[in-house]
Ligand binder design. Structure first.
Ligand code: SAH
Length: 250
């Protein structure tokens, strides 16, 4: 039997941002392990599959990662086609790399499938061009949250001249602002905070570095959200925002 696990990115939320390859993998799946941040609407592509929620809110309490590994291994060894469906891209803060290695080390064939990562989708949905010519020469994706509390080199990031896209930053806004200001990024550097990117309930809050924590509080910014920091974050939305979904606080 040909044991195989697909590690598939489901994109940021909008089901139309799913790739054709992801749709094909879902169509072949016998078992789908689905993370919290995946929009369940994408499951229309796997009507016959057994769907197992494995996110923290899915009832999987202690040692969730070990539990997920065991499930994938068990089903794959039974010869079932397993799809592990993750929010955004599986390899952008999604453990796709470590899961692929773990499975390969046990003789399981693995195929990774890109998804559109939340940072890119959020910026685009707010009409922010992350690498606008003449303004930003690059983009850096970083996480504000690490397992071992190791520190990022914020000084280097502040001087990188690239747009910063920060994941898992909602609870760390004060620290992020302090570190980047300490790295000599200007107090009036534009910031866009984008919640529920690409979903109907998407909200965006525009601010500047020195005010972003205060403004996020007033806005009641909640996870999941990404932060876009850099000159391009001042690019106005092309589509007229409603007062419900966008505020300009800076
Ligand atoms: N693999 C995912 C990221 C998982 S880490 C990806 O590529 O998008 C989880 C973090 O992603 C959240 O804390 C948040 O910062 C971000 N995120 C995921 N979905 C999001 C969404 N729809 N809107 C805004 N941020 C999102």
């Amino acid at each position: 039997m040909n044991a195989k696990v697909w590690l598939v990115g489901a994109g940021p939320g909008d089901p139309e941002l799913l790739t054709l390859k992801a749709v094909r993998a879902l169509g072949e799946a016998d078992v789908v392990l689905i993370d919290d941040l995946v929009n369940p609407a994408v499951l229309e592509h796997c009507p016959g599959a057994r769907v197992i929620p494995v996110g923290k809110r899915g009832g999987c309490r202690s040692t969730p990662q070990a539990f997920i590994y065991r499930l994938m291994l068990r089903y794959a060894r039974q010869g079932r086609c397993v799809v592990r469906l993750k929010g955004g891209d599986p390899c952008i803060f999604g453990r796709g790399g470590e899961e692929a290695q773990w499975l390969k080390a046990r003789g399981i064939e693995v195929e990774l499938v890109n998804g559109i990562t939340a940072g890119l989708a959020g910026a685009t949905r707010c009409d922010i061009p992350l690498t606008l010519r003449g303004v930003a020469r690059g983009v850096t994706l970083v996480t504000a949250h690490t397992q071992d509390d190791s520190q990022l080199n914020w000084q280097a990031l502040a001087h990188s001249g690239t747009t910063l896209v920060i994941y898992m930053g909602v609870a760390k806004l004060a620290e992020i602002a302090e570190q980047l200001l300490g790295g000599a990024l200007a107090a009036d550097t534009p910031v866009a905070m984008i919640e529920n990117a690409s979903l109907p309930q998407q909200r965006e809050c525009r601010s500047v570095l020195a005010n972003m924590e205060r403004d996020a509080q007033v806005f009641a910014l909640k996870s999941p959200a990404i932060l876009v920091i850099g000159a391009v974050a001042a690019t106005a939305s092309v589509t007229a925002p409603t007062s419900e979904t966008q505020v300009q606080l800076a």
